[in-house]
Design a protein around this ligand. Structure first.
Ligand SMILES: O=c1ccn([C@@H]2O[C@H](COP(=O)(O)OP(=O)(O)O)[C@@H](O)[C@H]2O)c(=O)[nH]1
Ligand SMILES: O=C(O)[C@@H](COP(=O)(O)O)O[C@H]1O[C@H](CO)[C@@H](O)[C@H](O)[C@H]1O
Length: 320
């Protein structure tokens, strides 16, 4: 193992159990900081309300650690928005936030617009499809940020059981992580090889950093943020926190193939000289008389750093 990665792992890997909400609420108050939680949601009616309610009870009412909870609706056709609002979240829609910039599909768009729709100095991102969500996820992500000014971005690490019709595969989750993201990082960004869950959907960062990097529109957003923030602030400004086990609703292998296409596009765009990859991904279906090729566009766009958007609109930047 590279000595720098070994050292990073020792210095920048934490356990969520190190902190409790009450002590971090005091640390936040002493620093005069504020905390926003952003949940990107596309048709997450079954789970979003429980997650929002759990955050509000534990981290707003019982311990004033979180100052706002915002659900960013990506155009859901179910009752995601209503359920989130009933649970106490502020709900915004990707169609109306920064509407002058239009709306492109994908998770990264929701996160980018969630960044604009919130004001916290620290921003926590949590997927809205988690099952058995534990508020200690948020506490653990905020721990390093509220206790070490040298740390600017923290990703969750966890076990990821894969729920299948045949039962639970204890560590079968994170399929795109294991088959694409981890090999890519080790090949082209080996200094980031210490991240156990480079694609984890739960992470937190300082707004002053998050507003200085682009947000990839689709599922490349986590990969893009990790590489771009490391380039901006240095690997030592990044950390990871062990929060235990994460369960969520799983997509099909075919859907994850398209996710992988977006992540590959994101990675190649960050390798000067690698050329512009084709945005087409062909997948195949078995038909009665053979196979059918299905063409997908896995090209991604990039939303510019929020700092440039605010400057263009004459808005003040984040207090920092
Ligand atoms: O266009 C999209 C795609 C996903 N999501 C949300 O982003 C999170 C992670 O997406 P997903 O569960 O599809 O990814 P996975 O966890 O399966 O990799 C979930 O809260 C989704 O509802 C979103 O807001 N807009
Ligand atoms: O880590 C992964 O391989 C993928 C798929 O996870 P599963 O195989 O469904 O457990 O899930 C993550 O990747 C997405 C792209 O970065 C993130 O947006 C998701 O939040 C995250 O769950």
């Amino acid at each position: 193992m590279r000595p720098d990665v070994s050292r990073w792992l020792r210095r920048r890997t934490f356990s969520a159990a190190t902190w409790c909400a009450a002590e971090l609420a005091e640390a936040k108050s002493a620093r005069g900081s504020t905390v926003s939680v952003v949940l990107p949601a596309l048709d997450e009616e079954p789970t979003v309300g429980t997650i929002v309610g759990t955050i509000r009870r534990a981290l707003v009412e019982e311990a004033p650690l979180v100052d706002e909870v915002v659900v960013v609706d990506s155009g859901s056709v179910d009752r995601t928005a209503a359920v989130a609002a009933e649970a106490g979240a502020t709900v915004v829609d990707t169609a109306t936030v920064l509407s002058a910039h239009g709306r492109v599909p994908g998770k990264g768009e929701a996160l980018w617009k969630g960044l604009h729709a919130t004001s916290g100095d620290l921003v926590v991102f949590v997927d809205a499809d988690l099952v058995g969500f534990d508020p200690q996820f948020v506490v653990g992500l905020l721990g390093p940020l509220l206790t070490d000014p040298a740390i600017g971005y923290v990703k969750a690490l966890y076990d990821r059981p894969l729920h299948t019709p045949e039962g639970i595969v204890p560590s079968g989750g994170g399929r795109v992580t294991e088959l694409l993201a981890r090999p890519l990082l080790n090949a082209w960004w080996p200094e980031l090889a210490g991240f156990v869950q480079p694609l984890s959907g739960e992470y937190a960062g300082r707004r002053e950093l998050l507003e200085r990097v682009p947000f990839v529109s689709g599922y490349g957003v986590e990969f893009g943020l990790l590489v771009d923030l490391a380039g901006l602030a240095g690997v030592d400004a990044l950390a990871q926190v062990d929060v235990g086990t994460r369960r969520h609703s799983h997509q099909s292998d075919a859907a994850l193939g398209r996710m992988a296409g977006q992540i590959l596009s994101t990675a190649i765009a960050r390798r000067p000289g690698a050329g512009r990859p084709s945005s087409e991904l062909l997948q195949f279906l078995r038909t009665a008389d053979g196979v059918e090729a299905v063409s997908w566009d896995v090209g991604v766009s990039e939303r510019p750093p929020m700092r440039t958007v605010r400057a263009a609109a004459g808005e003040p930047g984040p207090l920092s």
